[in-house]
Structure formats: C-alpha cells, structure tokens
Design a binder for this molecule. Structure first.
Ligand code: DGL
Length: 272
C-alpha cells in the first residue's frame, strides 16, 4: 500500500482518545484511522510507570501491525510516562498530547494563572508544569489529580449529580487560586466539559489539547509528505481490549457517528 494511504493510529487507555480522534476526523477528513482503546486495563492513571510503559508498548505495537503511517498517543498519562521511549523505538512518527495542550494554555491565559487537572500519574510526573514553564517561565501552574473522572467517563456518567459533586470537590481549590485557564490534562475530561464549565463558570477557559494535537498531526503529515492524497471515503476501524458495548455507547454519543466496525483484541497476544 502506498504510504500516504496508510491509516493514522490513535491509542488511548479507553474511550477518552476519541476526543482527539474527533478533531483529527474534523481537521483531516480524508485520513484513514485505526483507533485502539485498552478498555480491559483502563484506568492507566493510577498505575506505575513500568506497567503503563508495558501497556503502551503493547498497544502501539498492535497499531504498528495495522500498518499505520504515524501514531498519536491520545493519552496524557502515556504521553507523560514514556513518550520519548516510544519515539525512540517505533519506526513511524509518534506524537503525544502534552506539548500541544501546554501551548494552547500559554496562548489562552491572560492573568498567568493556569490550572492543570489530570490523572495521578500525569500530575505527579510534573510533565505539564515542565512543558508550560519552558514555553513561558512567568506563568504559575496549579495542578490537581482527579482520579474519579476517568471511571465516571467510562461509565457514561458525564453530566449527572455524581459528576457534578466530584467536580466541585476537585476543582474548588483551583478556583480559589484565581486561575483563568484550566487544562483538561486527560483526554477523557473533555467529555465532562459541560459539568466542568458549570463548576468553573464562564470566566475560566477550558483547554482541551485535542484541536492542538490534530493541528500537530496535520503539520507532521505535511512535513513528511504523508498526507493522504485521495479525497473522501476514509476508513475508520476501532479496536478495544474488552467490553465493546460500553465503548460504543459512550463513543457514539460523543462522536455522533457509528463506532463500526469494532473488534475486541488482546494486546498481549496480538503483539507476540
Ligand atoms: N485518557 C487518559 C489520559 O489522557 C488516561 C486515563 C486513564 O487511563 O487513567 O490520561
């Protein structure tokens, strides 16, 4: 197959990476996409560096077997944990979501006070603070891990009372700091946007890295002459490691298109 015709591989621990997939579908409507969500092992965010790295390599190697031309790590936790290792080992361009999110936050803030929310692993890694401060040393970053958000999203509880109260408890301290920009440092969180908006109010800008990441994908495809030349009729294929029904339910509600075809695979076996 001609390399330009090959799909873009998108990897996440679950349904959250669809927030990035949606922007790529919108910005690059001719591109073929293969998505893998590791739903059997989600959440990654409270696991160790070693475990996340092993899961990430298995997921990415599975995507490589689908003959992808580039890989998007649509997961902040993986991007914060082992992006450089993946970039070193995998023979196609691999991009993460933290740099694009940091860039968007620095662009958006007016008062220089930025909040970052993410999984425990992402927040403890300090990856956002490093990325934001290297772009602008003058801003102040406040972070908060929100470990209950991912299970809420995977369950499809996006805008009910439980989601609202969890968000209030997590976000109140950031609100008190007077932040004007909040980075949704986990690709699951944009699905909670209406609830997060309700808690943070209209004056706080919510940054989701999906659009910036899609722009980065476009830039790399152009630079490397990898952009698909045929127009229209893209193929989308979805793979999960467990429970496709739940993935379809939440995914279709968000993507507003059928999640089809979808297959269940075991990344441990598939990549042997
Ligand atoms: N969606 C992921 C992220 O961006 C991971 C969530 C998880 O598996 O804990 O961090």
């Amino acid at each position: 197959m001609e390399v330009r015709e090959k799909p873009i591989g998108i990897f996440d621990s679950g349904v959250g990476g669809l927030t990035v997939a949606k922007e790529i579908m919108r910005l690059l409507p001719d591109e073929n996409i293969v998505y893998f969500g590791d739903t059997a092992r989600v959440p990654y965010g409270s696991k160790s560096k070693e475990t996340i790295t092993r899961f990430a390599f298995e997921g990415v190697r599975f995507l490589m077997k689908q003959d992808v031309k580039m890989i998007v790590i649509a997961c902040n936790t993986v991007s914060a944990t082992c992006l450089e290792e993946l970039q070193r080992e995998i023979p196609v361009p691999v991009i993460g979501v933290i740099e694009p999110g940091a860039r968007a936050a620095v662009k958006a803030t007016e008062n220089g006070l930025i909040g970052v929310i993410g999984t425990e692993r992402t927040v403890n890694s300090g990856a956002y603070i490093r990325a934001i401060e290297s772009l602008n040393g003058g801003v102040k970053v406040f972070s908060k891990a929100c470990p209950l958000f991912v299970p809420l999203v995977e369950e499809g509880w996006l805008d009910n009372e439980v989601a609202y109260f969890a968000a209030r408890i997590y976000l109140e301290p950031l609100k008190k700091e007077g932040i004007d920009t909040l980075v949704l440092g986990c690709t699951h969180y944009p699905l909670l946007k209406p609830t997060l908006k309700k808690v943070m109010g209209d004056k706080v800008f919510l940054v989701d890295s999906a659009l910036e990441t899609a722009r980065e994908v476009e830039k790399i495809l152009c630079e490397k002459s990898l952009k698909r030349t045929k127009e229209g009729d893209p193929t989308y294929r979805f793979f999960v490691s467990d429970n496709p029904d739940k993935f379809i339910k939440v995914g279709e509600r968000f993507l507003k298109r059928p999640i089809d075809p979808i297959s269940v695979i075991d990344p441990e076996i598939e990549t042997l």
